[in-house]
Write a protein that binds this ligand. Sequence first.
Ligand SMILES: *Cc1c(COP(=O)(O)O)cnc(C)c1O
Length: 280
Amino acid sequence: MFDELGMNPDQLKNYCDENTIGVVATLGSTFTGIYESVQEIANALDVIENETGLDIPIHVDGASRAFIAPFIQRKLKWDFCIQRVKSINASGHKFGMAPLGVGWIIWRTVADLPQELIFNVDYLGGQMPTFALNFSRPAGQIIAQYYNFLRYGREGYTAIQNDCANTAQYLGSELRKIDLLEMLYDGNGGIPAVCYSLKDENKAEFSLYDLSDRLRMHGWQIASYPLPSNRENITVQRILIRHGVSHDMVSLLLRDIRKGLDYLKNNSVPKSSDNISFHH
Ligand SMILES: *Cc1c(COP(=O)(O)O)cnc(C)c1O
């Protein structure tokens, strides 16, 4: 129970009651890159429905994954093929490769988007339904997203995401060879990313924050941060591999990580550096 890194479907019943409006499954966790199993969560909710009559829908937070799974993990069931999934969001500006600021959400049916969230406005001579807080917004990122869809196509997205996944898995396999590190996610099965902590965090003479500092000296911005509630005693670093992060770049990064760790092993650092964290 205390070593989970995501939602445990077996525990859902402890958190669901008649006030639960939905369960959000995250596909690729922001913290680790790991996928939560939508299928297992749906199965657990089926059991809950059988026992209590509560029909609880699922929203899939596919910020990263919804632009990855359709191309390179096509066997995995996570989307509207699961009846309980009523809505999915995806960030165009992440693995969708559109400019910053564009995200998408799709509802299973019109009926799944509550009417009271939609405002019908009579605007300059036409009826315009809007589901947003602000009215005038730029469309550039949306057009850029459509351009990417047409320009790359399914084939292009597949090639790019495969490349990213391979690079992340290479990085994961090389990091695994470093004795001081404990891999939490090695790039296999989730989004193109890796996540790791220090093996003996409490015994070590330095922290990942110190490693962040060393890497920063070589121009790498690799944040260190604690995991969320109940696992906040673990400090991790996460590296995301997106389009443009090449195998060569990752080789240079690995060189600097090894150098940084060697330096920290051989040179004591003041403990107070734990308090210095990275800010966006
Ligand atoms: C990035 C991210 C979000 C936020 O998405 P934006 O498109 O940046 O608003 C939500 N959930 C997860 C899991 C994410 O990785």
